[in-house]
Design a protein around this ligand. Sequence first.
Ligand code: KIV
Ligand code: ZN
Length: 409
Amino acid sequence: MSKKVSHFVGILFLFQKKGLFKMIKKIQFFDTTLRDGEQTIGVNFSIEEKIAIAQQLEKWGIDVIEAGFPIASKGDFQAVQAVASSIKKARVTALARANKKDIDACVQATAPAIHKQIHIFIATSPIHRQSKLHMTKKEVLEKIKGSIEYAHHFFEIIEFSPEDATRTERTFLVQAIETAITAGASVINIPDTVGYTNPAEFADLFTYLRKNIPTFDEVIFSVHCHDDLGMAVANSLASIENGATRIEGTINGIGERAGNAALEEIAAALYVRKDYYHATDNINLKDTQATSEMISRYSKMPLPKNKAVVGNNAFAHESGIHQDGMLKNPQTYEILRPETVGGKSTRLPLGKLSGSHAVMEKLKEMGYPFDHESMKIIFPIFKERADKKALIDEKDLQVIMQQISEVKR
Ligand code: KIV
Ligand code: ZN
């Protein structure tokens, strides 16, 4: 991109931020369930499971699948190869540290892929440079340059991650990114490796990068957020507002420590709030529940009932006021319909907080003749029973109706 075009894109972006006009952005989804997701304690996918997961991710509409870290083990190498052989549409990537051995392993493991890239990382923050790598800034920059130039012999698309970017001095972060771009990286991923940042600070970091990297618009900016403080999804969304067009994460948010940004939540947020984010993507939302269930099963990690978008209670309403609203108009308490994400239908479980409207609806559904007068008798009995039992099911209602008919006789 010429300097003039890049300047023009920058102005468009500024106008967009100020709300002067709305440009639709296309967001790429990068899934690392098979790599960072497998770093979850106790998770170990078999090769067959990895192939099935990759195929399901492709069906869900993922643009880039990170299949593994080939240098880590023979099993990881073989898994990357197997995924690379079985995926047709999505781009397959593998992870490498900034050295030739790691890159060579990625070259071999991703060889069968129709579309491929490599993901090279090195830590840039002072704590990682000093305590982990024992490297000076200059040495880190040399590693970035050397590894990306080497990888360029084998890969057209090189993604570079300055690990622990959010705890890196901003001036050095810019230096590291510019070195990577000059060496041939076309995707720059900003990892919030330890889930340290927050949405406002992350947005500000992007504003800083945009201002200080003249070639910002010539590459893809991506983010990779961890959930240590529960802000991975919010941080990812903040980056979309500020120039990121690729989002990395995992299904169900699994991953190292508290996990990664949950991709199904980001996809749902972009869909529900398209009025706000003005973004499109390739995700087939209808396959969300099936994808989430597969990861939950293979990772042996049952979902919390209140998990956003895919949890068992995500579309269940118990309080009387909410149930009444839902029966009158589902939009009163649902911003996303379960069918949209391939979930089962809305549930109105009956408990002590339920109102007579929901109880009547349930009785009608069970085939009992509906009558407002009889509700005056049924409802107090229902309430008495619900005070003793958390959830009133169909069997309980049958017993109540039986009791009433016996009294009537
Ligand atoms: O969290 C992280 O920084 C990573 C990198 C390898 C991108 O997983
Ligand atoms: Zn990570």
